[in-house]
Design a protein around this ligand. Structure first.
Ligand SMILES: Nc1nc2c(c(=O)[nH]1)N[C@H]1C(S)=C(S)[C@@H](COP(=O)(O)OP(=O)(O)OC[C@H]3O[C@@H](n4cnc5c(=O)[nH]c(N)nc54)[C@H](O)[C@@H]3O)O[C@H]1N2
Ligand SMILES: Nc1nc2c(c(=O)[nH]1)N[C@H]1C(S)=C(S)[C@@H](COP(=O)(O)OP(=O)(O)OC[C@H]3O[C@@H](n4cnc5c(=O)[nH]c(N)nc54)[C@H](O)[C@@H]3O)O[C@H]1N2
Ligand code: SF4
Ligand SMILES: [Mo]
Length: 697
């Protein structure tokens, strides 16, 4: 252990708050977190998860030795690294020999560093030769990514730094509860209002975030597309479009306009439940301000029409000239620690590093050269995350999983659990024995953020350096060591270094010239500059490229430089309420738990704050089913049932119930959710399905 204070970033969400780590601290942790006020994103502030993150470094709660499932007992038993890696290599090779390379699957995560995501994608394509790789980011921001690419020719979550938000005139925040999901970012909204700006929040629930709004619109879950189209209709009808901007900077307006004009405010009121006066008020607020932003998060995106929904919100920005200009634009608030970088460097089914397309011959040639392989040897695009999980035990027989816990977090989770159990072979690398790791044939204990160095790219597109601050416990290895070890056993001695900086240097070359160009970024620059925004192509000294905090100010990243309107029309959710399942279920998060809870459920302070699931429902619905506050309530869909205590509140629509998804067992809401997929992004419909709500006697 070193004794200086080491600047680094939080292991959890996409805000990637800066923190300092100092050796020592509470008895059960090896480091303590100290404020890092100089980092501009959070200026020292941390939520409870970041503050308590060192608790997970303690060996009391984590895995510290490899485990192999014993044939004799059926249980996971401690094993040596040598045996564990050999068992995995044998398992994957056997599947490949008997059933071909595409029978081996790989599943990654948006929490993995850039170096890990890059190496995992390379490992799948080069060592295994499989097309069957995807990751949990598909469940997260894929709809926004798809809409970004369509409209702007480039997908970076935010086209501007967070510090621009307080300076704009009006923000429409759609389906983001950032007061709970990124608490230090709430400051940007508070400052917006202090500066005289206005805030509109769109959420079926009156969340802590919605409480901050000047105007709260509470649509029925799954109707954001109609809402955005209705607003655009009013904008056109009231003559509030920016014709000069449309003419100079965009294409496709005529069709998008015609599509929006079919969505009369009265029709939109019927679909969404948001009144016409509120629609007009929202348009007035947004268009009266000289500048404006629309920010979306999982609410409108995790729908079977998430891509079209985001396109509709982008259309609204383009039609009003709120894009491609200072202090205006559309942005998506990406979620996971490396939700941005994790979607750029090749763990996605259709992707090569640098956000290149796997089916683009020039991209294949470039990356194949960096990898020293024949472009012909690279497989084509594979299945999306849910489709891959659904195929387990079918034509995908073995799986290597790193950085996700789908038993809790995947839609239709009981089915996914059963698919995982039907595999010939499952290997999981994790820091804890997650519900998914507990099903594995081999479990590998890996190092954590404070024990390893690596880069992440936060929701602003800012590439950051997490630094190693402490030694890992003996018995634990890094994900890069794991992949390098397996590659060696599978005949690839070279090309899989375990030193993160060495991997990053290769990633720079692989990304050079691609949409997400990191070639001008080095560990040293990141350290000196509070992070570097991509794209940052390599240029000759002394004029290094400064990085790109703000995108699209001169031109969009399309071939002709114009942003593209996409003509979209409303359609219902994949599953609408009926007599048998009359209520809408939506799902999301609470402040003290993270994702599947694999990590945060092991931290005492967080567990005390959020000990278990609950069912949020309106007093009218509670009365109709005869439930009092705290009574166990069952939420039942065509896929299964989840139970939690009733939490009765006026802050939710009477036709909707809400459950957070952080827990396994009978409170696992993903037993209930609908895996209906968006046709473009293949995002599952986590945010709306039809359910019955009843006392769980
Ligand atoms: N505490 C905590 N913070 C986290 C995470 C966590 O698990 N816990 N996860 C991180 C990750 S990976 C992500 S992706 C982000 C997610 O961050 P958010 O998107 O803020 O989180 P959610 O709670 O999933 O959804 C946001 C809101 O969408 C609303 N909503 C539900 N249905 C609809 C709908 O149909 N339309 C609209 N407009 N809104 C709807 C919900 O009521 C909810 O308040 O958070 C990140 N931060
Ligand atoms: N109903 C419903 N379901 C949802 C959502 C929702 O809103 N509603 N949101 C979806 C979204 S946006 C997301 S992002 C997913 C997230 O859901 P998951 O993919 O399950 O995400 P985590 O719980 O973060 O799982 C990460 C796992 O990897 C481990 N881990 C952490 N860091 C590392 C590392 O560096 N290496 C390795 N090998 N392991 C590591 C953790 O211990 C944990 O077990 O859930 C989705 N599921
Ligand atoms: S807001 Fe996100 S990055 Fe910041 S401390 Fe909390 S979990 Fe960590
Ligand atoms: Mo996410």
């Amino acid at each position: 252990m070193r004794d200086e204070t080491i600047p680094t970033h939080c292991p959890y969400c996409a805000l990637q708050c800066g923190m300092n780590l100092r050796p020592g601290g509470a008895a059960e942790t090896v480091v303590e977190v100290v404020e890092r006020p100089d980092f501009p994103v959070n200026r020292g502030a941390l939520c409870g998860k970041g503050r308590t993150s060192p608790a997970l470094l303690s060996s009391r709660v984590r895995l510290t030795e490899p485990l192999i499932r014993s044939h004799a007992t059926g249980r996971l038993e401690p094993a040596t690294w040598e045996d564990a890696l050999r068992t995995i290599a044998d398992g994957l090779r056997r599947t490949k020999d008997v059933h071909g390379p595409d029978a081996v699957g790989v599943f990654g995560g948006g929490g993995l560093t850039n170096e890990k995501a890059y190496t995992l994608g390379k490992f799948a394509r080069v060592v295994l030769g499989t097309s069957q790789i995807d990751y949990n980011g598909r469940f997260c921001m894929s709809s926004a990514a798809a809409a970004h690419n369509k409209a702007f020719g480039l997908d970076r979550g935010l086209p501007f730094p967070l510090e621009d938000i307080p300076k704009t005139g009006c923000v429409i925040l759609v389906g983001s509860n950032l007061a709970e999901t990124m608490p230090p970012a709430l400051r940007f909204l508070t400052e917006l209002k202090e500066n005289g700006g206005t805030l509109i929040v769109v959420d079926p629930r009156r969340t802590k975030t919605a409480e901050q709004a000047d105007l709260h619109l509470a649509p029925r879950p799954g109707t954001d597309l109609a809402l955005a189209l209705g607003l655009l209709h009013v904008i056109v009808a009231e003559g509030r479009t920016d014709e000069a901007f449309i003419e100079e900077r965009t294409s496709g307006w005529a069709d998008a306009r015609a599509a929006a004009m079919a969505h009369w405010p009265e029709l939109v009121e019927r679909i969404t439940g948001v009144g016409v006066p509120q629609l007009r008020e929202a348009v007035r607020m947004f268009c009266d301000a000289p500048t404006g932003m629309v920010l979306t998060a999982r609410g409108p995106e995790q729908q079977s029409k998430g891509t079209d929904t985001v396109s509709a919100w982008i259309n609204l920005c383009l039609a009003t000239g709120r894009a491609g200009r200072p202090l205006s634009g559309y942005g998506c608030l990406t979620g996971q620690g490396n939700g941005q970088g994790g979607r750029e460097h090749g763990q996605k089914a259709d992707q090569l590093p640098g956000y290149r397309k796997l089916d683009d011959p020039a991209a294949r040639a470039h990356v194949a050269e960096v990898w020293g392989v024949d472009p012909e040897s690279l497989p084509g695009p594979g299945r999306s995350a849910y489709e891959l999980l659904d195929a387990l035990g079918g034509d995908v027989k073995s799986l290597l999983l790193m950085g996700s816990n789908p038993v809790v977090s995947a839609p239709r989770a009981a089915h996914v659990e059963e698919r995982l159990k039907s595999l010939d072979f499952l290997a999981v690398a994790d820091v804890v024995l997650s519900e998914t790791a507990a099903l594995a044939d081999v479990v590998l204990p890996v190092t954590q953020w404070a024990e390893e160095t690596g880069t992440t790219t936060n929701l602003e597109g800012r590439v950051l350096l997490r630094r190693r601050a402490v030694d890992a416990p003996p018995g634990v290895r890094s994900d890069l060591q794991v992949l390098g070890g397996l590659a060696g056993l599978l005949g690839h001695e070279k090309g899989f270094p375990s030193d993160p900086e060495e991997v990053f240097e290769e990633l720079r070359r692989a990304s050079a010239g691609g949409p997400a160009d990191y070639s001008g970024i080095t560990y040293r620059r990141i350290a000196e500059e509070d992070g570097v925004f991509w794209p940052c192509p390599e240029q000759q000294e002394p004029e290094a490229h400064p990085g790109t905090p703000r995108l699209f100010l001169d031109r969009f990243a399309t071939d002709d430089g114009r942003a593209r309107f996409v003509a979209v029309g409303h359609r219902p959710a994949a599953e609408e309420p009926d007599a048998e399942y009359p209520v809408l279920l939506t799902t999301g998060r609470v402040v003290a738990q993270y994702q599947s809870g694999a990590q945060t459920r092991r931290v005492d302070e967080l567990n005390a704050a959020a000990p278990g699931p609950f069912v949020e429902l309106h007093p009218q619905l509670a009365e109709r089913i005869g439930a009092a506050d705290g009574d166990p309530v069952a939420v039942v869909s065509r896929r299964g049932r989840a139970v939690g205590p009733a939490r009765i509140t006026n802050g939710i629509r009477p036709d909707t119930v809400f459950m957070p998804f952080h827990w396994p067992g009978e409170g696992r809401v993903n037993t209930v959710t609908n895996p209906a997929l968006d046709p473009t992004s293949r995002m599952p419909e986590f945010k709306v399905c039809a359910v019955r709500v009843e006392p769980a006697a």
